[in-house]
Design a protein around this ligand. Structure first.
Ligand SMILES: Cc1cc2nc3c(=O)[nH]c(=O)nc-3n(C[C@H](O)[C@H](O)[C@H](O)COP(=O)(O)OP(=O)(O)OC[C@H]3O[C@@H](n4cnc5c(N)ncnc54)[C@H](O)[C@@H]3O)c2cc1C
Length: 403
């Protein structure tokens, strides 16, 4: 007998898991999540730095963060699993007037959207938070105390375990190899009012390494591999992989036990505490797109140069290259995610291209996707602005606060 599901989700990372959870919460439980790996979290979710912040520049990112951070603060009780949300804050440090003007404009937008706790800080305030920071060129900055960190793996597991308790099925070791589409006959069984109903083609099922699954609705939650999955349905999706490398130090006690994520706006170098050591991050502008997941050891010297320049004591930190790692950002041309139905294939939904923010925006993106599938709209945000059609229509949403 052919397996059937009301909704098939491709990919069981933090985003696919959140979609499964939100569908189940809304009463849609005949959901099948397909994951090609033997375990969850082998994609970008397991490589993430776990940062969550509301300090963004565009309204849609601020709104998605606001919802998501409130969600994380109640995650343990609501979902029944620890998110390990730590509200240690994000501290942006400005070194020129342009940075200050940028932070000021962002702060006004954040306040207008209800994020009212972003504070201005002076160089003296910065020193109080991290005494080892070199502040001779820092003019000031902003600090949001409810920004911070979560444990991405635990959040993903929480979403999925909860969804499975409601009846959602998860098939591991199951690779989707094709999406079957047919000339559209009627409307799909989950929602008859969705905006993709002008499409000429409709989903009829997915081919997998465990056989065919009949379904009218497919959610593409395939992370950095999303363009390939969209292509299986003949749909275009401008998402490309970009390597991102992180370097943990050996145990290091010359910085405080607790301090915020610190962002040096002059270089983009940022760092936070991770257990007994420090986790160092920097966006290498010379990185080129591609499925590169090997760690490049020459990156260590580059990042340590930025680290020691801003925090001189970090020159004394030990680094073991074998403990450093690389993963993939899933980049879109305007650094915003794509959420919503495909305009060409009825029943195909995208929740992709988070451009480095997929962990922090997982609660909002799961909720919006479930809303769109079940109701055709979301009250959380005007989801049309995140539609894939924006790229063809030239309605790009440029986010400049990308770390
Ligand atoms: C080094 C690094 C640091 C980061 N730091 C942060 C941060 O601080 N904060 C933040 O919010 N975000 C951060 N991110 C980004 C974040 O990790 C991602 O945006 C997020 O994990 C995306 O989740 P996802 O579920 O969409 O993708 P993934 O976790 O990649 O999941 C996609 C899944 O789809 C599966 N899949 C793909 N194709 C198929 C197929 N054909 N059949 C079946 N299964 C398939 C894959 O196996 C994978 O498990 C970071 C990323 C990296 C690499």
């Amino acid at each position: 007998m052919t397996e059937t599901a009301d909704v098939v989700i491709i990919g069981s990372g933090i985003v696919g898991s959140s979609v499964a959870y939100h569908l189940a919460q809304a009463g849609c439980t005949n959901v099948l999540v397909l994951e090609r790996e033997a375990h969850q979290g082998k994609g970008s979710t397991g490589k993430s730095m776990g940062g969550v912040r509301a300090q963004f520049s565009t309204p849609v990112n601020i709104q998605m963060s606001k919802y998501s951070i409130e969600f994380f603060s109640q995650f343990d009780e609501v979902v029944g699993h620890p998110a390990d949300y730590r509200a240690h804050g994000y501290l942006f440090c400005a070194t020129n007037e342009k940075h200050l003007a940028y932070l000021e404009a962002n702060r006004e937008r954040q306040q207008a959207l209800g994020v009212t706790n972003v504070e201005w800080v002076s160089p003296e305030d910065v020193v109080k938070m991290v005494p080892q920071l070199r502040v001779d060129d820092i003019l000031g900055g902003t600090f949001c105390p409810t920004d911070g960190f979560v444990d991405p793996h635990s959040v993903m597991m929480g979403f999925m375990l909860n969804a499975r308790q409601s009846g959602v099925r998860l098939w591991l070791d199951t690779c989707v190899t094709g999406i079957r589409i047919e000339a559209k006959a009627g409307t799909n069984s989950v929602n008859a009012n969705q905006s993709s109903d002008n499409a000429a083609n409709a989903i009829s099922g997915v081919q997998t390494t465990r056989g065919f699954i009949s379904t009218r609705v497919v959610v593409n939650a395939a992370g950095a591999w999303a363009a390939e999955v969209a292509g299986m349905a003949g749909a275009e999706l401008p998402v490309e992989p970009l390597r991102r490398q992180l370097v943990p130090t050996e145990p290091f006690d010359q910085l405080p036990k607790r301090f915020p994520m610190v962002i040096d706006m002059s270089t983009g170098f940022h760092f936070r505490r991770e257990g007994k050591g420090i986790l160092l991050a920097w966006n290498d502008p010379n990185e080129t797109p591609g499925f590169k997941t090997d760690f490049d050891e020459s990156f260590i010297e580059k990042i340590l140069t930025h680290a020691a320049s801003r925090v001189p004591v970090l020159a004394e930190a030990g680094v073991n290259p074998r403990r450093a790692w690389a993963g993939l950002y899933e980049m879109t041309p305007d650094h915003h995610c794509v959420i919503g139905p495909s305009p060409n294939v009825s029943g195909l939904y995208f929740v992709n291209g988070f451009s480095g923010h997929g962990v922090m925006h997982s609660p909002a993106s799961g909720r919006i996707t479930a809303d769109l599938i079940l109701q055709g709209h979301s009250e959380l945000i005007d989801a049309k602005q995140l539609s894939v059609e924006r790229f063809k229509q030239g309605k790009l949403l440029e986010e400049t606060a990308v770390l």
